[in-house]
Write a protein that binds this ligand. Structure first.
Ligand code: ZN
Length: 121
């Protein structure tokens, strides 16, 4: 044993899981996550990429630039917009979650601009 962590999933029967995970993730879960990731990317809009990750299960997300959108429950989506600060938005659709995260980022930017003006005036 080298002790190296291996996140490359291997297919054994209907199990599709890496040795690093070891949770017995299934090929069906992988395909479902892949479908969700592609759906999310489509719903988020042009330029969004579907991403599937494994860690005690298969999970879907869509990414663009510094933003990542997750399905977060039955009717909620989360958008993590991470620059120097992380802005987390939620909404009843991927686009609403993105808008919420970007609005929070813009509010923050405006508050910084106001703070700068106070110092410069
Ligand atoms: Zn696994």
């Amino acid at each position: 044993m080298t002790g190296a962590i291996n996140w490359t999933p291997k297919l054994r029967g209907n199990v599709f899981c890496s040795s690093a995970c070891g949770s017995g993730c299934t090929l069906a879960q992988y395909h479902k996550a892949k479908e969700w990731a592609e759906w999310l990317a489509l719903k988020c809009g042009p330029g969004w990429k579907p991403v599937v990750t494994e860690n005690m299960g298969w999970f879907a997300k869509a990414t663009k630039g510094k933003a990542t959108v997750y399905k977060d429950g039955a009717r909620l989506y989360s958008c993590f917009f991470s620059v120097n600060h992380q802005f987390i938005g939620t909404g009843s659709s991927p686009k609403y979650a993105i808008r919420d995260a970007l609005n929070r980022a813009l509010e923050h930017t405006e508050s910084i601009a106001v703070a700068i003006e106070v110092i410069q005036s």
